[in-house]
Every structure is written in C-alpha cells, then in structure tokens.
Design a protein around this ligand. Structure first.
Ligand code: ADP
Ligand code: MG
Length: 309
C-alpha cells in the first residue's frame, strides 16, 4: 500500500530578506509515513518541522525534492494533495465572534463540502465540544480552542491530520486530553503526523519517530527501537545506609555514586526494567528510601544518536 506521506530529498532555503540572512531550513529530508499510523516529527525549535508541514500544506514553496500526499504529488496534483490533509497550525487563531458550530460550517463552505455531507456536530462530538456548539468561541478555554482547531482541520474529512506542536505551552492535564483526542481520531482511521519538541509526547503517542535537527533527519524508526538505542534515563536510588561500593549484583549497569547514600543508574527503558534494579539493590542488603528519575533532554538524545553513527 502507498504511504500516507512520501517525502523525497526535500530541500528548502529561505531567501535573504531585509536583515534576515539566507537560511537553509531543510537539507535532503526524506520521510515515509505509513497510512493509519501516528507519526512523530521530533526536534528542537528551529529544526525545520514547521517548514516541512507548511510545504506539505502548500503554504511554503520548496526549493527542490518531491512530496506526495495520499499518493498525490503536490506539484502535479495540487488540489487533491491539499484536500488530503488537514493542518492544525502552531499558533492559535480563531474567529472570536462565531460559535464552534458556525466556525465549522464556515470552514466546510470554504472547502466546498456540500450541506448534506457536512458532519459538523459529529466532529464536535469527537473533539469533546458538542456541548459548546453554540457558545461563543471567545468564551472557550485555551484547551477547548485547540480542540476546535483540530475540528476545523477535519471538516473536509481528510485522511491525514497534521498537528504542529499541539501542546507547546499547554499544561499537563490538557496535554492528556489532547493526546486522548489524537488517539481517538487515529482509531477512527485518521493518519496523524505531529511535530513536537517534547520527547515524552512523541514517546507517548507515536509508533514511529523521525528526529530532525538543523534541517536534517538524524534518526527515523519505530519508537520502541529508538528508545532502546538511547540510554535516556538516569534513575537515582537513595538508600537507607552509606554505600561502601557499588553492589556486585549491579555490575551489568552503568552506575555512579552521587554521594554516600545516593546511587545513580543509567539505563535504556526499553531493555532494563526498573523492578529488576530494585530487586538487585535489595539483594545486596540495602533498603531504598527514595527513587527519582531524570529524563535526559533532547540535546543528549541528539548527541547519542549522532555520535553512534
Ligand atoms: P521548527 O518548526 O522546527 O521550529 P521552522 O521550520 O519554523 O522550525 O524553522 C526552520 C528554520 O527556518 C529556522 O532557522 C527559521 O528561522 C527559518 N525560517 C522559518 N520560516 C522562515 C521564513 N518565513 N523566512 C526565513 N526563514 C525562516
Ligand atoms: Mg515550528
């Protein structure tokens, strides 16, 4: 089966303008996004994520390379490519004086969706806004506005939904809500592409992750495989008594004594269960008073991925 999205050797250089120098935003990016998947594009600010999405959506012109959306080449079959994706932009923009229902009807009109084929209420249901259908948009909470943007991107029933940093600056509870909505849409058959600079978000949602840095793809594989390649967690055990030496039973781990009572262990979450570590520490005769973990940030991940190549 053809991929939902096929990007080949994509390059983008923004021309210099005003005081802005010429910027190479994408260098030879190739990506294949399978139909039906939740695919994560992970990278720090300025990596080129929005540029990829804006090229897919027809908002930015590429310098070279090819992009196929649901089998349609954006150069050859622009219109079909365009109606095959719905994009939820990075910035929140909304029509304050309309209700959610009116917003969706208006958008459906823009896409030329016929009256009898509109599913506005159904879509509001999916994103959990059915009871706000007639409220003023300006009265909605930040999270509701974001979900309305998702709904708006879905009015023409595109098979692919693209979310550009859906949870940047969003609190934990709301993030969980948005994730639930994304999963639900995916279960209903929508292919999801999401960009994020949170490793955790990509980890929670995506079956496959492409990591992009300075406009280049530095890794692209199944999430579980990717995580097992990254020793991305450090766990700290505070023990009940002074540690004279790292216990023999932990010989297979990368360990460090942080101080007399705190032992740090670096591990790959995919491969080494924490329960085993706990067992081994107690076998050595210690009791654990406290456990804390620290996730390494994206920079560490890049360093590890690029240095192992
Ligand atoms: P991300 O979404 O990953 O944060 P962007 O795609 O927005 O990254 O930006 C990639 C690079 O391209 C950055 O260096 C950014 O400054 C530059 N850039 C983005 N948009 C423009 C533009 N319209 N004109 C010039 N440079 C741009
Ligand atoms: Mg961006």
């Amino acid at each position: 089966m053809e991929n939902a999205v096929d990007i080949r050797n994509l390059n983008k250089t923004y021309k210099a303008s005003g005081r802005r120098p010429e910027t190479v935003a994408l260098s030879d990016v190739s990506l294949e996004i399978p139909r039906g998947s939740i695919f994560g594009l992970l990278g720090p600010n300025g990596a080129g994520k929005s540029t990829i999405i804006n090229i897919m959506a027809g908002l930015v012109t590429k310098t070279s390379g090819s992009v196929k959306i649901w089998g349609f080449d954006i150069d050859v079959n622009e219109r079909n490519a365009k109606v095959s994706i719905g994009v939820v932009p990075q910035e929140i923009n909304y029509d304050a004086f309309f209700t959610p229902l009116e917003t969706l009807e208006l958008q459906a009109g823009l896409y030329g969706v016929r009256q009898n084929q509109r599913k506005s209420m159904e879509i509001l249901e999916t994103v959990g806004l059915a009871d706000k259908a007639h409220a003023f948009v300006r009265s909605l909470s930040g999270g509701m506005k974001r979900r309305l943007l998702m709904a708006k991107a879905m009015v023409h029933s595109p098979p692919i939904l693209v979310l550009d940093e859906p949870t940047a600056g969003v609190d934990i509870e709301l993030r969980q809500q948005l994730w639930a909505t994304v999963k639900k849409l995916n279960q209903e058959g929508v292919t999801i592409l999401l960009t994020t600079h949170y490793l955790e978000e990509a980890q929670q949602l995506c079956e496959q992750i492409a990591i992009i840095n300075h406009g280049q793809v530095v890794a692209c594989e199944e999430t579980t495989k990717l995580l097992s390649r990254i020793d991305n967690k450090e766990i700290l055990f505070r023990l009940d008594k002074e540690i004279t030496a790292v216990p023999e039973s932990l010989a297979g781990y990368v360990t460090e004594l942080k101080n007399k009572r705190v032992l740090a262990v670096r591990y790959s979450p995919g491969e080494q269960p924490v329960s085993t570590m706990i067992e081994k520490i107690s076998q050595a005769g210690y009791r654990i008073d406290d456990i804390s973990t620290e996730e390494s940030d994206l920079e560490d991940v890049f360093l590890q991925l690029t240095s192992s190549k």
